[in-house]
Design a protein around this ligand. Structure first.
Ligand SMILES: [Zn+2]
Length: 168
């Protein structure tokens, strides 16, 4: 569709453009370009497929190539721009005070029983060794885990006491 406004100025008329090779006996018109008359009385040329317009017919004719249906559109080159997030992920240093794997969170540990916690403790020790973390970081992980194991053990003792009291 030809432009209805150009730079905010309304297009009043759109007419056929006679090609340079056109003669009175054999009139030839551009098929895909129109002469546009704007409200401010300027004239320019517009593409019939879109709202592209220019004062030079040559520019419009060059533009028309973008609408050519015979040629398949060039395949889109994949963006090689690396995402900031992924770049950061690889360079982000390990947080020194939380070196344990994802599973070592208070929320998930609280739901484990003592046996599972012991298993987890062994797994954490193994994992941290495999990751070759600094001894200080491993100690911090063990200390944190020990704290949670201690709390869980206390909670289990409390529950056992409550159950015993209820059974009595
Ligand atoms: Zn166009």
């Amino acid at each position: 569709m030809t432009a209805t406004t150009v730079n905010g100025i309304k297009v009043l008329e759109s007419e056929r453009i006679e090609a340079p090779i056109s003669t009175s006996t054999n009139p030839i018109y551009f098929k895909q370009a129109r002469r546009l008359l704007l409200a401010d009385e300027t004239e320019l040329y517009g593409c019939i497929h879109c709202d592209f317009a220019d004062t030079r017919i040559g520019v419009v004719r060059t533009h028309l190539k973008t609408h050519r249906p015979t040629k398949a559109p060039a395949p889109q080159a994949p963006s090689k721009k690396p995402t900031r997030a992924s770049a950061k992920k690889t360079t982000a240093p390990a947080t020194p005070d939380r070196p344990a794997p994802e599973s070592l969170t208070p929320a998930s540990l609280a739901s484990l029983n003592l046996g599972q916690l012991v298993e987890r403790a062994q797994a954490v020790t193994k994992t941290t060794k495999e990751r070759d973390l600094a001894r200080k970081e491993r100690d911090a992980a063990r200390e944190e885990l020990t704290t949670w194991m201690d709390r869980t053990a206390k909670a289990e003792r409390s529950l056992a006491a409550i159950r015993a009291a209820l059974d009595a």
